[in-house]
Design a protein around this ligand. Sequence first.
Ligand code: GTP
Length: 194
Amino acid sequence: MNSNSTNEAMYKLVLVGDGAVGKTSIRRNYLGKGFISSHIATIGVDFAQKYVSVGQQAVRLVIWDLSGQTSFERVRKHYYQGCRALLLVYSVVDRETFDNMTRWLVEVYRYIHEIPPTAILGNKVDLRSSEVHENEVSTDEGLRFRDLFVKKLGVPAVFHETSAKTGENIQEAFSEITKILLTEDSTKQAKAAH
Ligand code: GTP
């Protein structure tokens, strides 16, 4: 945990996932900014901060939003450094973005040699039709991916289906990943004290 003199915890969170899955929109929604229906691709990186309290603990979240366009990999690689958690995003109405999730994990591992705690987010759930179409990803598939992730990597992960348009599950996702980081740090501190 990075902390300053007021004992505030500071965590760097990084949003990753294919272009246009809704990373910028998720960040905007979490920061209380309005939904933009047109797609303006992130150029390289963008970041924002949010202060939250978890119980008595003040937390500063620094949220990095990396462009999902493959051409920006050279820019992205610098910004994974110091990342404490990932928000790994796919679109539930675009199977290819779900199939590409492991590629993102490989990219992160290539640059920081570990996979941090991760929130796996199936975004655009407001667009999913009542019957699951071929190009759509079901809730069960998302859950199975999370289970496999935890089993294979031994890293904590949460799974949510979100909508950056309606705000569904966005607060929950950030709040759960923050609690995982605080728990991780208090466990480390308790071990160090013994
Ligand atoms: P890159 O910067 O290219 O990596 O894209 P991104 O992943 O940041 O996607 P962005 O947030 O720019 O959203 C892409 C498009 O999807 C925009 O037109 C958004 O309005 C739309 N969008 C994002 N999230 C949702 C959602 O939950 N529901 C709906 N209906 N549209 C969404």
